[in-house]
Write a protein that binds this ligand. Structure first.
Ligand code: PMP
Length: 431
């Protein structure tokens, strides 16, 4: 057995082996998956804009007008008029002075953390932050204090311990795998008191939360308190790419320091024009956001009737926490057999012991589709040998995590938590 085969077989034994599934056609509420029609319940095309006719047309027109590729980094020849137009539109949408496009949300987080914190300083990162934030922390070479999920007491304690070395708090607003919302006011309050900067990743809030989908930061009126809001174009805005919404000064800092912006090709014009059209549709049809939230409420209600505890989620992301990775996969396959596609999410995307089906609602699902899906998921769980009533509420899952993982309590952890098995982890690291 080669070393690579050994690593792959280790992943299989742990129930962590991944493969991609093939979707035919656009990311609508119903798709053909590996040749079979299913209800799509795990796409981030929350507002149905990825397949909206006006968005498609705008992308096609842009390809004819500006070409397909941007040709270079933003700092070389890659800043095109269409980029500028979208940046202005995004700044207005988020209520900030400026916006700066990045190639993707992953790249944005990778570059932004290091712009605000470096060696000798401390970044404070919620334990459930996305991998791109974790990697951004690593790249910054700052020390990382991983605070317990949404735990302001823990964060305050860490800030006090770090004293003048404290530089940045970074959090998601809507958590991508849990569907809950960070206590943004308290975070900003602590940041003000300790004179540290704040970055909020609104990947799953942009287009989904607040008036007209402006996000959770705008909803809380905290635009002036947050130093950079990260948003993606690849989820509710139906395209690809990302942005930082910030003031002019921070935009200049990022342009000069964010390596993922400086050393990577600018987003392609069709994707940029598609996102512009998506923003236009969103401003004309704000009811899409209301429909998304109403649909999420319907799904949560129906899942609760099936016995699942979904009380942790208040958004369009609804996790069914199953526990071990293999059971999560079995529930996923059993639901697929009955025509519902909700991908199982396993470590390292989520902490060990909290594998789950992460359901993502779209505004284009019908209420009947969501009711039927909840019943299918209830039956799929039973078939996989899992009783919905034993699904862990999010809070309990996190407590279990703390009990098992002392690293989450460590003061200045050299790294954010990483739940990959050691041999695989070693192979994945670049440093
Ligand atoms: N941040 C969060 C919270 C995310 O969930 C994701 C994507 N899943 C990203 C950033 C990365 O965004 P992108 O897909 O645009 O790279």
């Amino acid at each position: 057995m080669t070393e690579i085969q050994a690593r792959l077989s280790e992943l299989r034994e742990l129930g962590l082996y991944r493969r991609t599934r093939l979707v035919s056609g656009p990311q609508g509420p119903n798709v053909v998956l590996d040749g079979r029609p299913v209800l799509l319940l795990c796409s981030n095309n929350y507002l149905g804009l990825a397949d909206h006719p006006r968005v498609r047309e705008a992308a096609a027109d842009a390809a004819m007008r500006w070409g397909v590729g941007a040709g270079a980094s933003r700092l070389v020849s890659g800043t095109m008029t269409v980029h500028k137009r979208l940046e202005q539109r995004l700044a207005a949408f988020k209520g900030t002075e400026s916006a700066l496009l990045f190639g993707s949300g992953y790249l944005a987080n990778l570059g932004i953390v290091g712009a605000f914190a470096g060696p000798g300083e401390v970044v404070f990162s919620d334990e459930l932050n996305h991998a791109s934030i974790i990697d951004g922390c690593r790249l910054s070479r700052a020390e990382v204090f991983v605070y317990n999920h949404g735990d302001m007491g823990h964060l305050a304690w860490g800030l006090a311990q770090a004293g003048p070395r404290a530089a940045l708090i970074v959090t998601e607003s809507v958590f991508s795998m849990d569907g809950d919302i960070a206590p943004l006011e308290d975070i900003c309050d602590l940041a003000r008191r300790h004179r540290v900067r704040v970055v909020v990743d609104e990947a799953h809030a942009t287009g989904c939360q607040g008036q007209g989908g402006r996000g959770a930061v705008a909803e809380a009126g905290l635009e002036r308190e947050v130093d950079a809001i990260v948003g993606t174009l690849g989820k509710a805005l139906g395209s690809y790419g990302a942005f930082a919404a910030c003031d002019d000064e921070v935009a200049k800092l990022l342009t000069n320091t964010a390596r993922s912006l400086i050393f990577s090709t600018a987003p392609p014009p069709p994707a940029v024009a598609g996102a512009l059209a998506a923003l236009e549709v969103l401003s004309e049809q704000p009811r899409r956001v209301e429909r998304l939230q109403a649909n999420a409420e319907v799904l949560r209600g129906e899942l609760a009737r099936e016995g699942f505890d979904v009380s942790g989620s208040t958004t369009q992301i609804v996790p069914l926490i199953v526990g071990d990775a293999e059971t999560a996969m079995r529930v996923c396959e059993a639901a697929l057999e009955r025509g519902v596609f909700a991908q199982a999410i396993r470590p390292p995307t989520v902490p060990d012991g909290t594998s789950r089906l992460r359901l993502a609602v779209m505004s284009t699902h019908t209420k009947d589709e969501l009711r039927d899906a909840a019943r299918v998921l209830g039956r799929a769980a039973l078939k996989a040998g899992f009783r919905p009533a034993t699904a862990m509420p999010v809070a309990v899952a996190h407590e279990a995590l703390h009990a098992e993982d002392a690293r989450a309590h460590a003061l200045f952890d050299a790294e954010a938590p990483d739940t990959l098995p050691v041999t695989v982890r070693r192979a994945q690291r670049t440093e």
